[in-house]
Design a protein around this ligand. Sequence first.
Ligand SMILES: [Zn+2]
Ligand SMILES: [Zn+2]
Length: 337
Amino acid sequence: MKALTVQGPGQLVWVEAPTPRLSGPRSALVRPIASASCDLDRRLIAGVTPFKPPFALGHECVAEVLQVGDAVTSVRRGDLVCVPWKIACGTCKQCHAGRATACTSVPRHAAYGVPAGGDWGGLFSEVVDVPFADAMLVPLPPGINPLAAASASDNLTDAWVATSRPISAREDARVLVVGGTESLGVLAVQMAVAAGAASVDYLDDNDYRRDLASRSGASVELESVLDERYDVVVSATRDPRALHRGLLALAPGGHCSCIGIIFEDPVIPLFGMYLRDVTLSVGVCNVRPHIPKVLDLIGSGQCDPLLVSPTVVSPDEATEALLQPLAKCIMVRERIT
Ligand SMILES: [Zn+2]
Ligand SMILES: [Zn+2]
């Protein structure tokens, strides 16, 4: 089978790789039919992360199920499923506590498309093994466009959790989204609106994303002084200075969800945050339990992921498309079941 791999900085190559087999009775083999680029992917391709090549790329997709092990009960051949980015068993103590990201049945950080905890393949590849099918896979409800759901594996669900948690804990939340990565900020705007924010402002100096944020329901014409104005800030940027500005924008009792990955140790205005009694949350998203809700939001039209992923490409076009700046794109392949 063919796997899309990062071979070096800027080198994205389809290679022939061994076709995965069922790894056990709880596993399933799936064929991604709509694979989306995560905002992290261009950084992985560029070689500016701690994760070094070679490795298979991709950790967002909707797939068709090709084969299941004897113990799998929730899906069968031919089903369409969302595949979470994180490999997790669903039965260990950490998984039971809702921390699939710390699952103890697999190496720490075991995931698709990132060489952090073993080689699990990438979700642009033709075939992928899902070792804990019942715990991981989420069947796609009828009527949901697989392309729209491709990012439920990671970015879209991350945006939902980062916005809905702090918004639901507050009345009439005033929200500021600090954009910067390809899609997360605009998706966060959509999710903040869906979660019932009283207002959503969007801060970003990129015109393309400002337009998408505006079409998603945000106000983009901001006053220059933002300090202490927002109950919820979603920081979807890699720029430490933009995160800093977002933290200063928190009102007393506010919450900042930091979902843009920053590899450095940025300056955090801790004393001012202390005086305002604010919270900063940061961390990888435990997506699996939240994917059904996100699929509901897509189905009811409360979010429109395709607004931020308008580029749809074939496997042959993917190597070029994934190198384009600003692009969050979707690669499709035909079903065989
Ligand atoms: Zn990701
Ligand atoms: Zn586990």
